[in-house]
Design a protein around this ligand. Structure first.
Ligand SMILES: Cc1cc2nc3c(=O)[nH]c(=O)nc-3n(C[C@H](O)[C@H](O)[C@H](O)COP(=O)(O)OP(=O)(O)OC[C@H]3O[C@@H](n4cnc5c(N)ncnc54)[C@H](O)[C@@H]3O)c2cc1C
Length: 434
């Protein structure tokens, strides 16, 4: 089969490598130059998954530990500290190392690359995606794997009849900017990593992480923010932590993360999406690398096992993704959106009264359940409106999980569209605006 991978995203590279190894003719089209790929900062994901997929050991020089973390309430009156131990301490890796490992794996597996080639749209004929339209002309293939990230030009330009959501809604995206500043000789904080929820009473968060050699500052909001906001937040952190210098050592770029449930429908005849192009992240913390790697592997193995990339096979991938990962991450959206709907004083209430605790924050809400919240019933009932808003988010999230995990077993467009529509009733929408 001739397979096109659109964009050198993480999941696309994994699928490309595994499919090339299985004998398919695979080419990745990427708009950037090879040496521009990968953010200039460190991120967290499951290292053993990368080792398992590439078959190569990660050297100890490629990563480091992140320190203990303090989540701070909007008014800074309370905080929740997470003291990690050796078994759960966060490990972070330079993104350039990660992407290079995946590029090498793909090249060694026989994948071809066309860098500096911008994709503008899918080529569609007779209800099937038959290739991609690029700056270098139209390229035809039997299957297009969409790995072009959150604003994929393929997803946006698919025919309506496929039923694939084209654009995220407000609240579905997290606009972030991040830079590593030099570190001065001033002393650092006792707890090196501070995360401020609803920072400055705005919908989103900011963090300041004091490393041995630098200070990593990130701000993220659900609405795009003006240029000066990042500098203003960095100046606030500099007052709190005078060890923060003003020279940027790494990063300084912006990025957009999908923070929502994955696409319900992520395949069509001749087309399958993986990673951010299908909104595959954990909504509360925006982690998408593991999901992207897992989706790329699942897609490739499904095609290899079935010996075909027809729509029935692609639907098997779509359905299995929801059973293994989509349902559980989608559940997290209800909690995230109920927190976004809450004004800063509501989040303060949850912190000040111990309704939010380290177990909730360490697991990015994945360990928060109705049962665990009911254990805090007496404290929560000091403000029933906020307490029940969170419970409602959890109930709807649990329903959403169940719905996604119960996707139709066979590819039948009427049934699939009906199933997708039923998801609407289980969503917590973000209506509040700062
Ligand atoms: C500040 C920040 C911090 C993050 N921290 C973490 C973290 O700690 N852990 C974690 O798991 N995740 C984190 N994420 C999220 C993570 O980056 C993504 O979820 C993950 O990279 C999966 O995305 P992807 O590989 O599908 O797409 P991307 O990484 O977006 O890759 C898409 C590729 O497609 C290319 N492309 C786009 N458009 C075109 C086009 N028109 N033509 C050709 N090529 C195109 C792009 O150049 C890019 O190479 C973070 C994101 C940001 C912005």
């Amino acid at each position: 089969m001739k397979i096109t991978v659109a964009g050198a995203g993480h999941g696309g590279l994994v699928a490309a490598a595994l499919l090339a190894k299985a004998g398919h003719e695979v080419t990745v089209y990427e708009k950037k130059q090879k040496n521009e790929l990968g953010h200039d900062w460190e991120d967290r994901f499951t290292f053993s998954l990368l080792e398992e997929i590439t078959g190569k050991k990660i050297p100890d020089t490629a990563w480091r530990y992140r320190g203990d973390c303090s989540f701070v309430s909007p008014s800074r009156t309370s905080n929740v500290v997470i003291n990690y131990n050796d078994s759960n301490r966060q490990k972070i890796m330079w993104r350039r190392y990660l992407i290079t490992a995946l590029l090498d794996f793909a090249e060694e597996s026989g994948v071809k690359f066309e860098f500096e080639t911008e994709i503008t749209a899918p080529a569609v004929n007779d209800g099937k995606v038959t290739g991609i339209i690029t700056s270098a002309g139209e390229i035809q293939s039997d299957l297009v794997i969409d790995s072009a990230g959150v604003f994929s030009p393929l997803r946006k330009n698919l025919p309506e009849s496929f039923g694939i959501e084209k654009m995220p809604e407000r609240g579905d995206l997290f606009y972030a900017k991040r830079a590593y500043f030099n570190k001065t000789d001033e002393p650092g904080p006792d707890i090196p990593f501070e995360v401020c929820l609803c920072h400055n009473r705005e919908q989103g968060l900011s963090w300041c992480c004091v490393n041995e050699d630098s200070v990593d500052i990130l701000i993220g909001r659900i609405d795009p923010f003006p240029e000066g906001k990042f500098e203003a937040c960095a100046a606030d952190f500099r007052l709190l932590y005078p060890c923060t210098g003003d020279k940027i050592l790494h990063g300084g770029q912006s990025g957009v993360i999908p923070v929502r449930r994955p696409l319900a429908i992520m395949v069509a005849p001749g087309y399958a999406a993986v990673g951010d192009s299908a909104f595959m992240t954990t909504p509360m913390n925006g982690m998408g690398i593991d999901l992207s790697l897992n989706a790329g592997r699942l897609l490739a193995l499904t095609i290899i096992k079935n010996g075909s990339a027809d729509i029935e096979t692609l639907w098997k991938y779509n359905r299995q993704f929801h059973i293994e990962y989509g349902g559980i991450t989608a559940k997290n959206e209800g909690l995230k959106n109920s927190l976004l709907e809450m004004p800063g004083e509501g989040v303060d209430f949850l912190f000040d009264n111990g309704v939010i605790q380290s177990s909730d924050l360490a697991g990015a809400g994945t360990k928060t359940s109705i049962g665990s919240l009911l254990g805090k019933f007496v404290r929560g009932m000091r403000n029933p409106a906020y307490f029940f808003a969170i419970i409602n988010g959890l109930i709807k999230g649990a329903k959403l999980k169940k719905t996604l995990e119960n996707a139709p077993a066979e590819y039948n467009t009427d049934e699939i569209l009906k199933w997708q529509k039923s998801i609407e009733n289980t969503l917590v929408k973000v209506n509040r605006k700062d």
